[in-house]
Design a protein around this ligand. Structure first.
Ligand SMILES: CCCCCCCCCC(=O)SCCNC(=O)CCNC(=O)[C@H](O)C(C)(C)COP(=O)(O)OP(=O)(O)OC[C@H]1O[C@@H](n2cnc3c(N)ncnc32)[C@H](O)[C@@H]1OP(=O)(O)O
Length: 183
């Protein structure tokens, strides 16, 4: 078990908040790959997650709505897994983009990864109400995968931690339009 870093050093309120209009990783996914329920900018029913680089790592912020309830007052664990999943995919994608010499704002789209493995540890109940802050970092970057560790905070308290293996999207999953693959 690793040290409970977040509980010892909770992020300050507002820390890492991007300036208005800052480009998010998800803004730079290619159109065909921007339909994800968690983070696809073209999915009107999705969560609309946005991940930014804050100079040291990545950060995603999301305020759960009442329907994201597990029991009154607490957030549904599946939503927490989704936040960690999409945040970690964005972190891996950005790491690949940086490795290729790009920076957000370059014209080339950010490469897309899929989740090979998603492990989530729920450390304490996550209160429903405050904005949740997810922070991530790449702990391994290989030729065919990135391993990302992400931490989810509520009111500066570490509530969940994830370890995610991201792999570049296989050709069989790329280039499809919504509706393809149904039935
Ligand atoms: C169009 C794309 C849009 C993407 C939207 C993303 C939305 C957000 C995230 C998602 O929800 S994605 C949807 C859920 N994920 C999937 O549906 C993925 C389904 N699985 C696959 O397609 C394949 O299993 C996968 C591409 C992930 C891996 O295929 P392979 O096993 O052929 O890959 P490969 O053998 O090249 O392995 C690459 C590396 O990943 C590692 N790896 C693969 N599967 C793993 C696993 N399950 N656990 C741990 N590591 C794994 C593997 O060991 C290897 O590590 P090394 O390079 O160090 O040798």
């Amino acid at each position: 078990m690793t040290a409970d870093r977040g509980a010892q050093h909770p992020p300050a309120a507002g820390e890492g908040r991007p300036p208005a209009g800052a480009i998010a990783v998800q803004d730079r996914y290619a159109d065909d790959f921007a339909w994800c329920y968690g983070c696809g900018r073209h999915n009107p029913a999705g969560l609309g997650l946005k991940t930014h680089w804050d100079g040291e790592g990545t950060v995603t912020r999301f305020r759960p709505r009442p329907e994201h309830m597990a029991v009154p007052g607490y957030v549904y664990g599946g939503l927490i897994a989704s936040l960690i999943d999409c945040h970690s995919m964005a972190t891996a994608s950005l790491a690949l983009y940086h490795r290729d010499g790009h920076r957000l704002g370059d014209p080339e789209p950010v490469p897309r990864c899929v989740t090979a493995s998603l492990q989530v540890d729920y450390l304490r109940p996550t209160p429903l109400g405050p904005e949740l802050v997810v922070r991530g970092r790449v702990v391994e970057l290989g030729a065919r995968k990135a391993v990302v560790e992400s931490e989810l905070y509520a009111n500066g308290v570490l509530c969940a931690r994830g370890r995610v293996v991201a792999v570049p999207a296989p050709p069989t999953m790329t280039g499809a339009s919504p509706g393809q693959g149904e039935g």
